[in-house]
Design a protein around this ligand. Sequence first.
Ligand code: GAP
Length: 442
Amino acid sequence: MDPIASVSSMETIVSLARRRGFVFPSSEIYGGLGSCYDYGPLGVELKRNVKDAWWRSMVQLREDIVGLDASIIMHPRVWEASGHVNCFHDELVECTFCKQRARIDHVDQIEENCKAQKKSKCVWGEPRQFNLMFKTHLGPMEDSANAVYLRPETAQGIFVNFNNVLDSTRVKLPFGIAQQGKSFRNEITTRRFTFRMAEFEQMEMEYFVKPGEDEKWFTYWRNARLEWFKDLGVSKERLRHRDHAADELAHYSKACTDVEYFFPFGWSEIEGIASRSDYDLKQHAEHSKKELIYRDQVSNEKVVPYVIEPALGTDRAILTFLVDAYCEEELDGNSRVVLKLHPRLAPYKAAIFPLLRKEGHPEKAQEITKIIKERYNCFYDESGNIGRRYRRQDEIGTPCCITIDHQTMEDDTVTTRNRDTLEQKRVKVSELFSELGEVLGF
Ligand code: GAP
């Protein structure tokens, strides 16, 4: 099947996400809040697994990257130094008739939609600059002296902690500092579900290198970040790099590449990999009047490192995994919906079913559930016929179902059923962990 042509519609994904408790509209009983979403019982498991997979690959499996968790509210001068106060703007236009507001780069799309829906054309006014940072006040006085911002990116928390990390660890160039956490942007147009939100999460890593080695490391991270998605099962045909043209680059940026995914609404950015030169460290050094340099222990040479930054939106990664995993298949003359999530990401790794609600099956199934829970997140279900129970687990991506039946009571074996191959096996309870390890791959 052509992976591009077979991408599911956004309506299908939004409906599944809501129905099965992955993602809910925020404050829904009050009519929802367009740009904000809540992760439900399954969504929160998926989100933890996505964040863990990133942390594992970016920090725990490496020798050269350490973690950080900086505060969301930072000194307001951070955002002057970073350029966000003066430059983090979108151009906003307003229709003089219907009062609709839009980002200037979204106007063409809006006009096409109006034409398709035979609505009258908008008459756009002059563009205005609109800063995307949320402003608030720290303390009880609402005056400009205590104005602060909700961070629009996690990256600056890393730059301002550069000296703290150098002084408290033994990192040597090249090294990285990684961080996951909430960011906030007062986006003018929020559409496409969780793709563009006002409150979202980022997973960013600043990789500090010797000047002159930046091109080599940019190429390394550009490739490594696309491979991460492939390793977690995303179809390679729906992933690509998009290198920014020279006129798209920020003034301090030497190069930038987006990792794009083919969503139902077309190719769109999921992660940016930027070569940021020494701009951020130099800006903060100048504004704070503190030296932000790396001193080589052997040669005593001082350098301001260059930075390569892979910056991923957690919510966009989750949306990518959901869209990519969604399949509809024919099975025994019926159709089944299956989320072919990578086992590491699946909310539940296994589901345990007693065949009957009597004859000791539930007690035995509960006993097995308790044992499996020690290692893997799993789900006990005794309601409905077995076929329906399988379908419910397929739809949320559970890789393995385990059924307890009459034979279990005689010889302590259970039936396992693989979500993807549909293969069923008779397995001894004492060998369940090794069977699960084989199905899940960890
Ligand atoms: N520190 C660099 C930085 O923040 P960015 O391209 O503005 O770069 C990085 O953001 C990633 O954060 C994007 O590739 C996207 O995945 C995610 N992101 C940005 N704005 C977002 C929004 N409004 N809603 C959801 N995710 C967003």
